[in-house]
Design a binder for this molecule. Structure first.
Ligand code: FAD
Ligand code: S2G
Ligand code: ZN
Length: 477
């Protein structure tokens, strides 16, 4: 197996030798991968739906090395695909299936720039309740780091062991605690990033108030690798809440789940999560991962509620549940019991993925229309493909549902179109937290309208005039 400065490219256009040499000089030969075997894990996304060929995978270890890589690629017009943990679900982190071509028509595969070696972990700033970390630090590593210092981080999600904080900002990740702490954008108090021309934009002192012009860090949130390569983040921390209790309520339908979640949010200051799933999903998770049904009977929908506080929140949660008309409820305050209930929800992604290549639609709808959407989306899918298997689960507290469909051919998007059109029709969004990537480019204008997308394109042209960074993501190339 080879890597390094003599190209081992056997399946696409080579990078010019002087570019490879410049990349090796920037990051060292062992971090320039051209051999197809070494590149492969960086070229296919987590869901296995998106794949492309990279001219090389390059792994810089500092902002200076990122700048040198971006400049070297810019000199020969090679596109750059920034990549973190490669857990994104809309195809934005891997080379496009159709490699861009140069003016002679020959394929110009991009360079995948992996942020995984940007792993600095600065000491927690105890007074400010903030921390500065490299973009390649995983969510799990960040959580351990700040918990050791007696703090916690406000965003949590099932991909914590691989998703990186740079990728989480780039996709403006949400996760299970949005209902208490907001999305990734709201955790940023400073950022450093490299623009397409290799220049560095940096604001890291961690000032909670800083009205000195445009908030470039916020602009990075949701930019999906198209505006800059994020190299470092300064993040706000939240108090560590050691006492946790989880309740699982059996409910009649998604509308009741949304109404109960709103009622419990009002009555429980300690509420940190409100998640929905259906019985088909629970059955699939139990078939895939094993485990016991929490209730004797099957029920149409389930609402998982978590409360967290410095002192035991169990009593107030039990009292609040008594005030909502659920069919049945179980409560767990011990770690093993809580994990067992969470696994029924967090096990969905893996269980669906194990059952086939899913069509994954991550949509937001006004919370008051969740019940109507849950009913109509199932009808719409049945109308397109009566054999399809539909699983609806997600963050009901924030109006974000994950509609996963098994059955239709991966390339047949008629089900995707039906679901996304319904979300727009109901005043929702075609992506709540996973982003647009390449998967939903053609839905950006129907969802946001021409003027909004024209303004986004103007920002993209201003910051990346040569369309070097992640071309094909967010906008048609
Ligand atoms: P990647 O997948 O590597 O990249 C994602 C996008 O960000 C790409 O467009 C890429 O170009 C860009 N990017 C990555 N790093 C950088 C960087 N340093 N600078 C600039 N651009 C960059 N998402 C949620 O929001 N909520 C969930 O609850 C959730 N649960 C998940 C559960 C599972 C099991 C899995 C597999 C995924 C889940 N996701 C969830 C999706 C995914 O984890 C998030 O989108 C995550 O933020 C992606 O981070 P990453 O480091 O893997 O980024
Ligand atoms: C979740 C993960 C990806 C998916 O479980 O909250 O964001 O759609 C999702 O399964
Ligand atoms: Zn989610």
């Amino acid at each position: 197996m080879h890597h390094g400065c003599v190209s081992q490219q056997t399946d696409g256009a080579h990078l010019p030798e002087q570019t490879l040499a410049a990349l090796c000089a920037a990051v060292g030969p062992s971090h320039v991968l051209t051999d197809p075997d070494l590149r492969s894990t960086y070229e296919t996304d987590w869901s296995r739906r998106f794949h492309g060929i990279a001219a090389a995978v390059v792994r810089p270890a500092s902002v200076e090395e990122v700048g040198a890589v971006v400049e070297a690629c810019g000199k020969v017009g090679a596109a750059v695909v920034p990549q973190g943990g490669n857990t994104g679900l809309v195809g934005g982190s891997v080379p496009r299936a159709a490699a861009p071509r140069d003016d002679r028509g020959s394929p110009r595969p991009p360079v995948v720039l992996s942020a995984l070696r940007l792993r600095d972990l600065e000491a927690v700033d105890e007074v400010a309740g903030e921390v500065t970390v490299g973009a390649g630090v995983t969510l799990g590593t960040l959580q351990e780091h700040v918990q050791r210092a007696g703090w916690d981080f406000g965003v949590d999600m099932g991909s914590r062991d691989s998703a990186t904080v740079g990728g989480m900002v780039a996709t403006n990740a949400g996760g299970v605690n949005v209902v208490r702490y907001g999305v990734m954008r709201q955790q940023i108090v400073g950022s450093e990033a490299v623009l397409g021309d290799g220049s560095v934009i940096r604001r890291l002192p961690g000032l909670v108030k800083d009205n000195t012009g445009y908030a470039l860090g916020s602009l990075m949130a949701g930019s999906e690798g198209t505006l800059a390569v994020i190299t470092r983040l300064r993040l706000r921390l939240v108090p560590q809440l050691p006492r946790r209790t989880v309740a699982l309520l059996a409910v009649d339908d998604a509308g009741h789940a949304a109404a109960f979640a709103a009622q419990l949010r009002r009555s429980l200051a300690t509420l940190t999560a409100a998640e929905l799933f259906d019985d088909d999903g629970m059955r699939l998770v139990l078939e895939h991962a094993g485990g016991q049904r929490p209730f004797r009977d099957a029920h149409p929908r389930y609402l998982l509620i978590e409360c967290a506080a410095a002192s035991d929140p169990t009593d107030e949660l039990v009292d609040a549940i008594a005030a909502v008309a659920s069919r049945d409820a179980v409560v767990a305050s011990d770690e093993e019991g809580r994990d067992r209930l969470w696994k029924l929800r967090e096990g969905h992604t893996e269980a669906v993925n194990a059952a086939g290549v899913p069509h994954k639609l991550d949509v937001a709808v006004p919370i008051g229309r969740i019940g109507q959407f849950d009913m109509e989306v199932r009808e719409a899918i049945r109308g397109v493909d009566p054999e399809a298997r539909t699983f609806v689960y997600g963050h009901v507290g924030d109006g974000n549902l994950h509609v996963n469909v098994l059955g239709p051919d991966p390339d047949d998007e008629s089900v995707d179109d039906a679901v996304l059109a319904l979300a727009i029709q109901m005043g929702g969004a075609v992506s709540a937290e996973h982003g647009i990537g390449v998967a939903k480019v053609r839905w950006l204008v129907p969802d946001r309208g021409e003027p909004d997308v024209a303004a986004m394109r103007a920002i993209k042209r201003a910051l990346d005039p040569d369309d070097r960074l992640n071309p094909g993501v967010l906008f048609r190339g």
